[in-house]
Design a protein around this ligand. Structure first.
Ligand code: IPE
Ligand code: IPE
Ligand code: MG
Length: 244
Protein backbone atom coordinates (compact mmCIF):
# COMPACT_ATOMS: atom_id res chain seq x y z
CA UNK A 1 0.00 0.00 0.00
CA UNK A 2 1.44 3.33 -1.03
CA UNK A 3 1.70 5.92 1.73
CA UNK A 4 0.80 9.35 0.35
CA UNK A 5 1.48 11.38 3.48
CA UNK A 6 3.75 14.37 3.01
CA UNK A 7 6.75 15.15 5.19
CA UNK A 8 6.83 18.43 7.07
CA UNK A 9 9.72 20.53 5.73
CA UNK A 10 11.35 23.60 7.21
CA UNK A 11 8.78 25.98 8.65
CA UNK A 12 6.22 23.17 8.66
CA UNK A 13 5.75 23.34 4.88
CA UNK A 14 4.88 19.88 3.60
CA UNK A 15 7.51 18.42 1.31
CA UNK A 16 6.15 16.61 -1.74
CA UNK A 17 6.73 12.90 -1.36
CA UNK A 18 7.43 12.45 -5.07
CA UNK A 19 8.86 15.13 -7.36
CA UNK A 20 9.26 14.58 -11.10
CA UNK A 21 11.42 16.83 -13.26
CA UNK A 22 11.78 17.14 -17.04
CA UNK A 23 15.47 17.96 -17.39
CA UNK A 24 15.12 20.45 -20.23
CA UNK A 25 17.20 23.33 -21.54
CA UNK A 26 20.70 21.84 -21.61
CA UNK A 27 21.24 22.65 -25.28
CA UNK A 28 20.16 26.27 -24.98
CA UNK A 29 22.26 26.70 -21.83
CA UNK A 30 25.34 25.63 -23.81
CA UNK A 31 24.45 27.72 -26.87
CA UNK A 32 24.13 30.86 -24.74
CA UNK A 33 27.73 30.29 -23.65
CA UNK A 34 29.06 29.46 -27.11
CA UNK A 35 29.64 25.86 -26.03
CA UNK A 36 28.70 22.60 -27.79
CA UNK A 37 25.33 21.12 -26.74
CA UNK A 38 27.22 18.26 -25.11
CA UNK A 39 28.66 20.70 -22.57
CA UNK A 40 25.08 21.53 -21.63
CA UNK A 41 24.30 17.87 -21.06
CA UNK A 42 27.37 17.54 -18.83
CA UNK A 43 26.30 20.60 -16.82
CA UNK A 44 22.78 19.16 -16.62
CA UNK A 45 24.07 15.85 -15.26
CA UNK A 46 26.09 17.74 -12.64
CA UNK A 47 23.01 19.70 -11.62
CA UNK A 48 21.01 16.51 -11.28
CA UNK A 49 23.55 15.31 -8.73
CA UNK A 50 23.13 18.53 -6.73
CA UNK A 51 19.34 18.57 -6.85
CA UNK A 52 19.07 14.88 -5.99
CA UNK A 53 21.22 15.35 -2.88
CA UNK A 54 19.13 18.35 -1.90
CA UNK A 55 15.88 16.41 -2.36
CA UNK A 56 17.21 13.61 -0.19
CA UNK A 57 18.23 16.09 2.52
CA UNK A 58 14.88 17.89 2.68
CA UNK A 59 12.93 14.65 2.91
CA UNK A 60 11.63 14.03 -0.60
CA UNK A 61 11.18 10.26 -0.92
CA UNK A 62 11.18 9.88 -4.70
CA UNK A 63 12.76 12.02 -7.40
CA UNK A 64 11.98 10.98 -10.97
CA UNK A 65 13.81 12.68 -13.81
CA UNK A 66 13.34 12.57 -17.55
CA UNK A 67 16.82 12.14 -18.98
CA UNK A 68 16.27 10.61 -22.43
CA UNK A 69 13.00 10.11 -24.27
CA UNK A 70 11.98 7.58 -26.91
CA UNK A 71 11.85 10.59 -29.27
CA UNK A 72 15.38 11.81 -28.45
CA UNK A 73 16.86 9.11 -30.74
CA UNK A 74 15.92 11.43 -33.63
CA UNK A 75 18.69 13.84 -32.59
CA UNK A 76 22.02 13.94 -34.46
CA UNK A 77 23.97 10.70 -33.96
CA UNK A 78 26.88 12.50 -32.34
CA UNK A 79 24.65 14.11 -29.71
CA UNK A 80 22.97 10.80 -28.85
CA UNK A 81 26.39 9.15 -28.57
CA UNK A 82 27.62 11.91 -26.26
CA UNK A 83 24.51 11.64 -24.04
CA UNK A 84 24.95 7.85 -23.76
CA UNK A 85 28.61 8.33 -22.85
CA UNK A 86 27.62 10.80 -20.13
CA UNK A 87 25.00 8.40 -18.77
CA UNK A 88 27.59 5.66 -18.66
CA UNK A 89 29.99 7.91 -16.73
CA UNK A 90 27.21 9.10 -14.45
CA UNK A 91 25.92 5.62 -13.59
CA UNK A 92 29.44 4.36 -13.02
CA UNK A 93 30.07 7.12 -10.47
CA UNK A 94 26.60 6.80 -8.98
CA UNK A 95 27.31 3.22 -7.95
CA UNK A 96 29.93 4.49 -5.46
CA UNK A 97 27.66 7.27 -4.19
CA UNK A 98 24.77 4.88 -3.71
CA UNK A 99 26.87 2.57 -1.58
CA UNK A 100 28.16 5.50 0.46
CA UNK A 101 24.87 7.33 0.99
CA UNK A 102 22.49 4.36 0.86
CA UNK A 103 20.59 5.82 -2.08
CA UNK A 104 18.28 3.72 -4.20
CA UNK A 105 18.12 4.21 -7.93
CA UNK A 106 15.87 2.80 -10.58
CA UNK A 107 15.88 3.20 -14.35
CA UNK A 108 12.47 3.54 -15.98
CA UNK A 109 12.22 2.83 -19.69
CA UNK A 110 13.10 0.21 -22.28
CA UNK A 111 16.70 -0.51 -21.38
CA UNK A 112 16.96 -3.53 -23.71
CA UNK A 113 18.29 -1.39 -26.57
CA UNK A 114 21.00 0.31 -24.49
CA UNK A 115 24.67 -0.70 -24.67
CA UNK A 116 25.82 -3.80 -22.74
CA UNK A 117 27.91 -1.51 -20.49
CA UNK A 118 24.91 0.62 -19.58
CA UNK A 119 22.78 -2.47 -19.01
CA UNK A 120 25.41 -3.93 -16.70
CA UNK A 121 25.51 -0.68 -14.70
CA UNK A 122 21.74 -0.68 -14.47
CA UNK A 123 21.82 -4.27 -13.20
CA UNK A 124 24.36 -3.22 -10.56
CA UNK A 125 22.38 -0.16 -9.44
CA UNK A 126 19.28 -2.37 -9.08
CA UNK A 127 21.21 -4.84 -6.98
CA UNK A 128 22.57 -2.12 -4.68
CA UNK A 129 19.12 -0.51 -4.41
CA UNK A 130 17.59 -3.75 -3.19
CA UNK A 131 19.78 -3.49 -0.07
CA UNK A 132 18.63 -0.05 1.04
CA UNK A 133 15.53 1.83 2.04
CA UNK A 134 14.84 5.54 1.93
CA UNK A 135 15.42 8.11 -0.81
CA UNK A 136 15.02 6.80 -4.35
CA UNK A 137 16.08 8.47 -7.58
CA UNK A 138 14.37 7.25 -10.75
CA UNK A 139 15.99 8.04 -14.07
CA UNK A 140 13.78 7.80 -17.15
CA UNK A 141 15.93 6.52 -19.95
CA UNK A 142 14.63 5.61 -23.40
CA UNK A 143 11.35 6.44 -21.73
CA UNK A 144 8.06 7.38 -23.40
CA UNK A 145 4.70 7.56 -21.67
CA UNK A 146 2.89 5.98 -24.60
CA UNK A 147 5.49 3.23 -25.00
CA UNK A 148 5.18 2.50 -21.29
CA UNK A 149 1.39 2.14 -21.46
CA UNK A 150 1.65 0.03 -24.61
CA UNK A 151 4.19 -2.42 -23.17
CA UNK A 152 2.01 -2.71 -20.05
CA UNK A 153 -1.05 -3.59 -22.16
CA UNK A 154 0.97 -6.15 -24.13
CA UNK A 155 2.43 -7.80 -21.04
CA UNK A 156 -0.97 -7.95 -19.38
CA UNK A 157 -2.51 -9.55 -22.48
CA UNK A 158 0.33 -12.07 -22.62
CA UNK A 159 -0.16 -12.94 -18.94
CA UNK A 160 -3.89 -13.49 -19.50
CA UNK A 161 -3.23 -15.63 -22.59
CA UNK A 162 -0.72 -17.75 -20.64
CA UNK A 163 -3.10 -18.12 -17.71
CA UNK A 164 -0.75 -16.27 -15.34
CA UNK A 165 -3.40 -13.74 -14.33
CA UNK A 166 -7.17 -13.26 -14.35
CA UNK A 167 -8.61 -11.15 -17.17
CA UNK A 168 -10.12 -8.63 -14.70
CA UNK A 169 -8.18 -5.39 -14.76
CA UNK A 170 -8.36 -2.26 -12.64
CA UNK A 171 -6.15 0.83 -12.37
CA UNK A 172 -4.04 -0.55 -9.54
CA UNK A 173 -3.37 -3.80 -11.34
CA UNK A 174 -2.55 -2.01 -14.60
CA UNK A 175 -0.18 0.28 -12.65
CA UNK A 176 1.72 -2.83 -11.68
CA UNK A 177 2.61 -3.41 -15.34
CA UNK A 178 4.04 0.09 -15.81
CA UNK A 179 7.77 0.86 -15.47
CA UNK A 180 6.78 2.82 -12.36
CA UNK A 181 5.22 -0.20 -10.61
CA UNK A 182 5.24 0.31 -6.85
CA UNK A 183 5.96 4.07 -6.97
CA UNK A 184 3.41 6.61 -5.77
CA UNK A 185 2.28 9.10 -8.43
CA UNK A 186 4.29 12.34 -8.57
CA UNK A 187 2.84 15.10 -6.38
CA UNK A 188 4.74 17.82 -8.19
CA UNK A 189 5.97 17.85 -11.78
CA UNK A 190 8.54 20.51 -12.66
CA UNK A 191 9.54 21.55 -16.16
CA UNK A 192 12.43 23.99 -16.39
CA UNK A 193 13.56 25.31 -19.79
CA UNK A 194 10.54 27.43 -20.67
CA UNK A 195 8.41 24.91 -22.59
CA UNK A 196 4.91 24.24 -21.33
CA UNK A 197 4.26 20.72 -22.49
CA UNK A 198 4.55 17.19 -21.18
CA UNK A 199 6.61 15.72 -24.07
CA UNK A 200 5.41 12.14 -23.46
CA UNK A 201 6.47 12.05 -19.78
CA UNK A 202 4.55 10.01 -17.16
CA UNK A 203 1.22 10.29 -19.01
CA UNK A 204 -0.53 7.80 -16.73
CA UNK A 205 1.11 8.86 -13.47
CA UNK A 206 0.57 12.64 -13.77
CA UNK A 207 -3.23 12.39 -13.74
CA UNK A 208 -3.37 14.55 -10.58
CA UNK A 209 0.14 15.99 -10.27
CA UNK A 210 0.61 19.70 -9.75
CA UNK A 211 2.57 21.24 -12.65
CA UNK A 212 5.26 23.90 -12.18
CA UNK A 213 6.88 25.54 -15.20
CA UNK A 214 10.04 27.63 -15.00
CA UNK A 215 11.98 29.58 -17.64
CA UNK A 216 15.26 28.74 -15.92
CA UNK A 217 17.32 26.31 -18.03
CA UNK A 218 17.97 23.00 -16.28
CA UNK A 219 21.74 23.42 -15.65
CA UNK A 220 20.90 26.69 -13.84
CA UNK A 221 17.96 25.29 -11.89
CA UNK A 222 19.14 25.86 -8.31
CA UNK A 223 18.03 24.57 -4.93
CA UNK A 224 16.40 28.01 -4.43
CA UNK A 225 14.36 27.42 -7.59
CA UNK A 226 13.31 24.07 -6.22
CA UNK A 227 12.29 25.75 -2.95
CA UNK A 228 10.17 28.18 -4.99
CA UNK A 229 8.48 25.28 -6.77
CA UNK A 230 7.74 23.57 -3.45
CA UNK A 231 6.40 26.81 -1.96
CA UNK A 232 4.11 27.20 -4.99
CA UNK A 233 3.04 23.56 -4.60
CA UNK A 234 2.07 24.33 -1.02
CA UNK A 235 -0.14 27.22 -2.14
CA UNK A 236 -2.15 24.95 -4.42
CA UNK A 237 -5.34 23.27 -3.31
CA UNK A 238 -5.42 19.69 -4.47
CA UNK A 239 -8.98 18.50 -4.82
CA UNK A 240 -8.65 15.24 -6.81
CA UNK A 241 -12.04 15.91 -8.32
CA UNK A 242 -13.75 16.43 -4.98
CA UNK A 243 -15.00 19.54 -3.18
CA UNK A 244 -13.18 21.36 -0.38
C1 IPE B 1 17.30 18.17 -22.25
O1 IPE B 1 17.91 19.28 -22.80
C2 IPE B 1 18.17 16.93 -22.37
C3 IPE B 1 17.63 15.90 -23.28
C4 IPE B 1 16.47 15.95 -23.86
C5 IPE B 1 18.47 14.74 -23.50
P1 IPE B 1 17.78 19.60 -24.34
O2 IPE B 1 18.91 18.95 -25.07
O3 IPE B 1 16.44 19.28 -24.84
O4 IPE B 1 18.00 21.16 -24.33
P2 IPE B 1 17.26 22.23 -25.24
O5 IPE B 1 15.81 22.06 -25.03
O6 IPE B 1 17.68 21.94 -26.65
O7 IPE B 1 17.77 23.54 -24.74
C1 IPE C 1 11.90 16.30 -23.04
O1 IPE C 1 12.70 17.30 -23.58
C2 IPE C 1 12.70 15.05 -22.90
C3 IPE C 1 13.75 15.08 -21.89
C4 IPE C 1 14.07 16.08 -21.14
C5 IPE C 1 14.47 13.84 -21.75
P1 IPE C 1 12.77 17.55 -25.16
O2 IPE C 1 13.69 18.68 -25.37
O3 IPE C 1 13.10 16.29 -25.86
O4 IPE C 1 11.26 17.93 -25.47
P2 IPE C 1 10.64 18.76 -26.67
O5 IPE C 1 11.25 18.23 -27.94
O6 IPE C 1 10.99 20.19 -26.46
O7 IPE C 1 9.17 18.53 -26.57
MG1 MG D 1 14.68 20.34 -25.01
Amino acid sequence: MVDNRLNAGEGGNPIPRHIAIILDGNGRWAKKRGLPRTAGHAAGAENFRKIATYCKNIGVKYLTVYAFSTENWTRPKEEVKAIMKLLDKYLHEAITTMERDHIRMRILGDVSVLSPELQEEIRETNEISSRYEGFQANICLNYGGRAEILQAAKRFAADVAAGRTEKELDEAKFGGYLYSAGLPDPDLLIRPGGEKRISNFLLWQCAYSEFYFSDVLWPDFSTEELDRAIAEFNRRERRFGGVK
